[in-house]
Design a protein around this ligand. Structure first.
Ligand SMILES: Cc1cc2nc3c(=O)[nH]c(=O)nc-3n(C[C@H](O)[C@H](O)[C@H](O)COP(=O)(O)OP(=O)(O)OC[C@H]3O[C@@H](n4cnc5c(N)ncnc54)[C@H](O)[C@@H]3O)c2cc1C
Length: 700
């Protein structure tokens, strides 16, 4: 191995034993404490201080002797497992653009060195540390523009910044490919911020005997809870109320037993507790607000939930931290062709209207319910047909009824969930064909009444319109089949290669985004000249996941040190994981950022700033709707938070007074249009009311 010279202090004592091992592979002048490298190639080193994989303390020392820092100590890298350290180190290497070495006493030392070196040889990230700021977006745009120069084309361009596009970008970039991603709107602005927010196998697919689909999703659930996103994905208990004596309990019980077993046999430990049968009395204890005669007993089982929009932003940041060049508000308006072959895309920057070309060896189209439109830019044959099915949800305050668990209720077409969501309940969903405006699906009065009617069948004190804090509607991207009923269409995904250079991935569920990304990249990789490594996203925790448990365990100390109440620290940990300190640092620098937002007490001013500096928020809507969920959780839907949030964002983004006023006016118009649409009797009138509000306000 060709290792250069410049001083790097690695560690003392126990670590030196590892260094002697390292010394067999890395030429050093002093095997005990010093490795030499040339100044031209600064190097990042890391060593385990003790023992085997488990609870070792990791010590990562930065490049030069004089600025050696213990990255583990100052929070830049925290890891409790060898693999976590390796991954954190890889990210650091991608961020700094330096080669990285992991020194351990383990057999896989050489493997790690090879793997990390390969990954860190990737293009230097235009988003240092995975931070998505206005500046890093500009840098990515510049990078993408330059792909038309000879030899600079991307390996893969992903179109669509929902969960599937983000998952595809992360999968591709962690295989060592040079990746770009363009999203027409904000991250997750389509379906991926409007789901039921469940990470689940889907009990009802068991009834459809779709075992493979359920097992795959449960495997992903286990991975997400335990490794990939433990800071964002959490177990949640549900009651399945039983209404018929004798037959129903064994039938449903067998189904839920199978559900739990499929979770167990999925290859990952399940990450959620096993189900339990409850008597009528036990059910009433768990959910005292249920009508006495609404059930004869129940079964309690566990699934998981996530803030969908936050997960997408987090996957996107993680992809960026590995070197993916990701830009929002950039829409594909055409594909570049050489004969039959797709060789890139023509895009329009929605912020200033400029158009430019991006060249790529393969394009992955992950545009959800827009698949038909984007695919039609290329070909009208061999198309995947994606059909949109609307589902709406209501948000009501948690105190409107008492229950320690969520509910799953059968409806004539499908199932209805009542899901605990912080200080709220989410109730949903509907399932109806939708052929109107895809960007702003509207919930009608009929949709809202349908949900209230169903949930009120089991509640002692019925909910009314006055109890509804928020409403949102989303469109399922279903692969179109022969069957007319959207509730019965498959949730499985499909990957197609309709013309050379273009891969299309569609269908599926939020839960299986990682598998969809992997399958899409597998297909694209087959067409690349080089041999592409296998997917490794199964082993990659998202930003904020590594060290989350340790950060959670020390939350009381964090609260003491920062002066922020422990309940707030917990709220932050559940949103930012081990990156919470970055948000706390903002408050330490500017104490006014520790203030909650007006009308949206759960969220702090610092979160608005962080969304803008680190999570790619460009517009007020992005912050109030997706980085936070103020638009559905606050009684006034964010109207009183809007001016404060706009001021905070404007200070970061350099908005003029006019721009700031436009952003506020735009947001208020949207809230008004949504309220109006929700009073309309049906889809057509609701849609007409909703599309009255304008889109984004360009930044120039
Ligand atoms: C009501 C409802 C409830 C659901 N509940 C669950 C659940 O609980 N659990 C679960 O696992 N799944 C659930 N799902 C399914 C899940 O939400 C979707 O399968 C998933 O979010 C789809 O992600 P996507 O990336 O394919 O699409 P999207 O999130 O829609 O992303 C596509 C993106 O492409 C962008 N785009 C479109 N055209 C262009 C262009 N020309 N250029 C650039 N970008 C473009 C769009 O702006 C959009 O952001 C639910 C869906 C709905 C509607």
């Amino acid at each position: 191995m060709d290792v250069p010279s410049n001083n790097l202090v690695i560690g003392r004592g126990e670590a030196n034993r590892r260094l002697r091992l390292a010394d067999r592979f890395l030429p050093t002048t002093n095997p005990l404490t010093l490795i030499t490298m040339p100044p031209a190639q600064p190097i990042l080193g890391a060593a385990f201080l003790s023992g085997d994989v488990g609870t070792e303390q990791a010590l990562a020392v930065s490049r030069f002797a004089d600025d050696a820092r213990c990255l583990a100590d100052n929070g830049r890298i925290t890891a409790t497992k060898a693999r976590e350290l390796e991954e954190a180190l890889t990210r650091e290497a991608a961020r700094t653009g330096t080669p990285a070495f992991l020194l351990t006493n383990r057999v896989w030392f050489l493997v790690s060195v090879a793997r990390i070196s390969r990954r860190s040889a990737m293009s230097v990230s235009t988003h240092p540390n995975g931070n998505l700021s206005r500046e890093s977006r500009d840098a990515s745009l510049k990078y993408l523009r330059a792909t038309t120069e000879p030899g600079k084309e991307l390996d893969i361009l992903v179109v669509g910044g929902g969960v599937v596009g983000a998952g595809s970008a992360l999968d591709a970039v962690t295989r060592g490919l040079n990746v770009g991603l363009v999203e027409a709107n904000d991250w997750a602005a389509g379906t991926s911020s409007r789901s039921s927010k469940l990470i689940h196998g889907g009990l009802r697919y068991l009834e459809m005997l779709d075992f493979a689909l359920v097992q795959e999703a449960l495997q992903e659930r286990g991975l997400l809870i335990q490794r990939i996103a433990p800071h964002l994905v959490r177990p949640v208990p549900f009651l399945y109320p039983l209404t018929k004596r004798w037959v129903e309990r064994p039938y449903v019980g067998a189904g839920i037993m199978l559900y739990d077993t499929l979770g167990l046999t999925s290859g990952n430990s399940r990450g959620v507790p096993m189900h339990k049968h409850l008597s009528h009395k036990g059910t009433m204890r768990a959910a005292p607000s249920l009508k006495d005669d609404a059930m004869i007993g129940s079964i309690r089982y566990y699934d998981a939930q996530v803030d969908d929009a936050r997960l997408v932003a987090n996957v996107m940041r993680t992809a960026a931290s590995f070197g993916a060049h990701v830009v929002n508000q950039t829409k594909v308006i055409d594909f570049l062709r050489e004969g039959e072959r797709v060789v890139g895309a023509k895009v329009q920057n929605q912020e200033d209207g400029t158009e430019f070309e991006i060249r790529a060896k393969q394009v992955i189209n992950a545009t959800g319910v827009w698949t038909d439109e984007t695919q039609a830019l290329v070909t009208d044959r061999g198309q995947l047909k994606v059909r949109a099915s609307k589902g709406i949800h209501l948000v009501v305050p948690r105190d409107r009824f008492q229950s320690t668990v969520g509910l799953i209720l059968r409806t004539e077409k499908s199932v209805l969930f009542v899901i605990p969501w912080g200080r709220h309940w989410i109730i949903g969903t509907t399932d109806t064909d939708w052929k109107l405006d895809k960007a702003h699906p509207a919930a009608s009065s009929a949709d809202i009444d349908y949900l209230l009617g169903h949930v009120n069948k089991v509640l002692k004190r019925p909910l009314s319109r006055e109890d509804v804090e928020g409403v949102y509607a989303g469109l399922r991207p279903l692969l179109a089949g022969e069957n007319d009923s959207t509730a019965k269409l498959s949730r499985e995904h499909v990957v197609a290669h309709p013309v050379p250079g273009l891969v299309v991935v569609a269908g599926g569920k939020f839960t299986t985004y990682r598998v969809m990304g992997k399958d899409a990249v597998d297909e694209a990789a087959r067409a690349l000249d080089e041999k592409v490594p296998e997917s490794c996203t199964e082993t990659i925790p998202l930003l904020g996941a590594t060290g989350f448990k340790a950060a959670w365990n020390r939350r009381n100390r964090t609260a003491d040190e920062s002066g922020v109440h422990v309940a707030r620290v917990e709220h932050l940990l559940n949103r930012y994981g081990s990156l919470t300190q970055e948000v706390l640092d903002l408050m330490a620098e500017s104490p006014e950022l520790a203030e909650p937002l007006p009308g949206a007490d759960d969220y702090l001013a610092a979160e608005v700033v962080y969304a803008t500096t680190h999570e790619g928020a460009l517009h007020l809507n992005d912050v109030l709707t997706r980085r936070t969920r103020i638009s559905i959780e606050a009684w006034d839907r964010g109207v009183s938070a809007a001016p404060v949030a706009a001021r905070l964002m404007g200070d970061v983004l350099g908005w003029s007074d006019t721009q700031r006023d436009n952003e506020i006016a735009n947001y208020l118009a949207r809230v008004e249009a949504e309220r109006l649409s929700q009073q309309q009797p049906d889809d057509v009138t609701a849609d007409a009311a909703r599309i009255g509000a304008p889109g984004i306000v360009p930044l120039t």
